[in-house]
Design a protein around this ligand. Structure first.
Ligand code: NAD
Length: 440
């Protein structure tokens, strides 16, 4: 059901370790080749392409590409009360964490009369991707929208795939969550075509009711499958993106004290996202590895999304990795850079403090990844595919830019005029120095 990689007794360089680690066969680079023509089709043909591509990939031709605002608002009325209560709770928790993330502007007096300030400015307009292929993700509405709102973004557009069983509209709970958060610009578009619409706009084309379609955005954020992640990679530079938040990954660093049933449950919980989801256990305990494998067999048979889970666990992206000790395990998880990393060991907090690469870390037996997916207050949009080595999860910072403001007075400039000239001459750019000299 899940393969084993035995690293015991082996000393590996970082490069060798990376080669040993489990990764999916279909990665973002390969998916990018598949989605490049989709981006071009949307750029060239606007709304007509969006409808054609929805029919091809989602099996339904949306009547409205932009969901009418009254339809978004009305969705709240049909929310199940328990789901409404859960959404209200997660919105409060996620908002509390993200409000605290807003960085303060800073002012540095470099010398008398010489000041450099740093101001944080929100981007003007953002596009927020909410998945809706194999599963639907109202929780991703919360993660995207609350972070953007707390950053101070004024213009928010949400995209989510049209659902066959909802008349070509996005999932009703997704729509209701948008309404709860005060977002009324929602499009029934998913996949790479949605990313293209957000990046390039479709403002030249009209919806059925004559409504003008999407204006381009400055930043696109949100999770998605490998095709969504690939499309974000292709438009990066044209617009900003958060990170490549692709198919889910869970790594668990565990010792013999971990509860095998809990570890197995957590691996299954993330494997059910996608056949390409990765579930990785890193442990020095063969007994735990055996017990987790046995527990997986029981759980997989009982789980609703059995086929998806089985494919994910059997894929090249999932494995049980045996290591000599927790120190070696730490090196493995740091090399892997998982989207989600659980630490289920004695002194879990001590090991967690030594982690250098992970999208989010879940410490100890009472902090499963499922908590972070919905209710912890942390953001669940996190880097995958090793991007945690250089990227962060979604947060207020994803929507902010730092602008430096420079203000020197006459004396302060005079103080360093000769230094500017010296460096300008050294670079063979004397006009730079002359621009300073001309003032005196
Ligand atoms: P999705 O909305 O991401 O993808 C559905 C879309 O994929 C469809 O609308 C379609 O346009 C496109 N698509 C499907 N097959 C295609 C193909 N062969 N070629 C081109 N486009 C194709 O919904 P999903 O499929 O349910 O995936 C959700 C993903 O989000 C999962 O992989 C899950 O693990 C991931 N996720 C990641 C994070 C994170 O932060 N990293 C968080 C939550 C979910």
């Amino acid at each position: 059901m899940i393969s084993r990689i035995d690293l015991r007794g082996r000393t590996l360089s970082r490069r060798e370790l990376l080669d040993e680690l489990p990764r999916a066969e279909l990665d973002v680079e390969h998916a990018a080749a598949a989605v490049a023509p989709i981006l071009e089709q949307v750029r060239a043909h606007g709304a007509a392409a969006l409808r054609d591509l929805s029919e091809r990939f989602d099996g339904v031709r949306p009547v409205h590409v932009r969901v009418p605002a009254d339809v978004v608002a009305a969705a709240v009325g049909s929310l199940d009360p328990d789901v409404r209560a859960a959404l209200d709770e997660t919105i409060v928790r996620v908002r509390r964490v993200h409000a605290a993330q807003v960085p303060a502007d800073l002012t540095v007096d470099v010398a008398p009369g010489a000041q450099v300030r740093q101001r944080w400015l929100p981007v003007r307009r953002v596009g927020l991707y909410v998945p809706g292929g194999l599963a639907v993700y109202p929780s991703s509405v919360v993660m995207n929208v609350v972070a953007a709102q707390e950053a101070g973004v004024g213009s928010l557009a949400v995209v989510s795939p049209p659902q066959k069983d909802n008349g070509g509209l996005p999932d009703p709970v997704v729509l209701a969550t948008c309404a709860l958060l005060g977002v009324d610009e929602v499009y029934a578009v998913g996949g790479a075509q949605a990313v293209a619409m957000l990046a390039y706009g479709a403002a030249g084309s009209e919806d059925v009711d004559g409504a003008t379609l999407c204006e381009p955005v400055d930043v696109i954020t949100g999770p998605g499958n490998v095709y969504v992640a690939a499309a974000k990679r292709l438009v990066r530079g044209f617009v900003g993106i958060d990170s490549e938040a692709g198919p889910t990954e869970i790594a668990v660093l565990a010792d013999g004290t971990a509860d095998a049933v809990h570890v197995a449950a957590d691996l299954v919980s993330q494997a059910e996202h996608d056949p390409l989801a990765a579930a990785v256990l890193v442990t020095p305990s063969v007994e735990l590895a055996d017990a987790v494998e046995a527990a997986l067999v029981d759980r997989v048979d009982a789980t609703a999304n059995r086929d998806r889970v089985l494919t994910a666990l059997a894929g090249t992206q999932s494995a049980i990795v045996l290591v000599d000790d927790l120190e070696a395990g730490l090196a493995v998880v740091n090399g892997y850079g998982a989207e989600h990393l659980e630490i289920q060991t004695v002194d879990a907090g001590v090991w967690a403090d030594r982690v250098t690469s992970a999208g989010a870390i879940f410490v100890g037996p009472w902090s499963p990844v499922s908590l972070g997916d919905y209710m912890a207050g942390s953001n669940h949009v996190l880097p995958t595919g090793g991007c945690a080595h250089f990227a962060s999860g979604l947060g207020v910072h994803s929507f902010l830019r730092a602008v430096q403001v420079v203000e020197y007075d006459r004396d302060a400039l005079a103080q360093v005029a000769d230094r500017v000239v010296a460096l300008a001459d050294a670079e063979g750019l004397p006009a730079h120095g002359e621009a300073v000299r001309a003032r005196f």
